[in-house]
Design a protein around this ligand. Sequence first.
Ligand SMILES: Cc1ncc(COP(=O)(O)O)c(C=O)c1O
Length: 400
Amino acid sequence: MAVSAKIHGFMEQGGWIRKMFEMGIALKEQYGEENVFDLSLGNPVVEPPEEFHQELLRLAENPIKGMHRYMPNNGYPGTRQAVADGLKTETGMAFTAADIVMTCGAAAAINVVLKTILNPGQEVIILSPYFVEYGYYIDNHGGTAVIVATDESFQPDLKAIEGAINERTRAIIINSPNNPSGVVYPRELLAALGELLAHSEKKHGGEIYLISDEPYRRIIYDGLSYPQVFPHHLNTIVVNSHAKDLALPGERIGYMAVNPDCPDKAELADGLTFCNRMLGFVNAPALMQHVVRALQGVTVNPLDYQRKRDFLYSRLTQMGYTVTHPQGAFYLFPESPVDDDVAFVDALQNWNVLTVPGRGFGTPGYFRISYCVEDKVLEGAMYGFAKAAEEFGLQGAHSD
Ligand SMILES: Cc1ncc(COP(=O)(O)O)c(C=O)c1O
């Protein structure tokens, strides 16, 4: 076998999102682009904000001497300062450039954090449904993923988390707004989680890191302001990305931020910087660091996504689907009308509608719809959703 047995196993069981994406490409070749409704991948269709192009142009016309050379592994001081200033404004906490390490997106950031903090055999709690790559990232760095289910509204179940914590627990990863459920964790819940972690640290005698994965922090609806995670636990590390808030997923730019009140923040930031280099990322892309320095206050318009959510949520619930109302990100995670979510996703595929089965997120019995697509794709998918609702006997289903 060309690949290791472990990777072979991962490739067999995982990768639902990519599998559906590749299926979409094949179906488009067969039926034509406009007849396939691909809601499988979180690849934003919106363009980056105008300010991004202006900044790119400004840099091209006024290059900074040495702007493409090697740099400190944690990134340019000016960019880290801009990120720190933005976080100071958002949280009211005293961030400095020393608390920030620029990364190649959130995926790299999570890997760097885990590399930095994990001793062999330590455990990391993840909450299902979860972003499927977490399991692979934890494995990458010798940790063990401990999966804890969320409650019926996809909110963290504190009792279950408490039951999963033991002396081997090193971290918990949370993600709000959540991929795939779209739910936002309220302040009170984060406060209670912080208390639980602080209490557990005392009980077991070691740090338990709260890793908050926040690429959708600014894609939030209904006038909600983002419930910040930092104030609730000293050992918090936020990982973030500009893949979604500036619609730059291909540019691989993001950051890690250490709680400015974390007791060992200097050692932690040094460790993160070292691992950023050691894992082979070396540093975040220079050009993007120059660009996002000026864009920390800029975001794609969340109202575009909110409008898509409203359309999809109201149409699907009218058809009889059961869906938790999402308040952020750009995903919907409805219940599958049959227990076998793969069978349902296959049925939708017969109508050229591509979604991802819930088991791809550790939660069978559901399916994920990604709605960061053009309106015409969402509208076109409605017929298939209605037909599948009819086929599986949902109340309210009609496909006229
Ligand atoms: C929850 C979550 N975390 C991390 C990532 C990875 O983001 P990036 O592209 O910045 O690596 C994604 C991407 O979709 C995501 O949904």
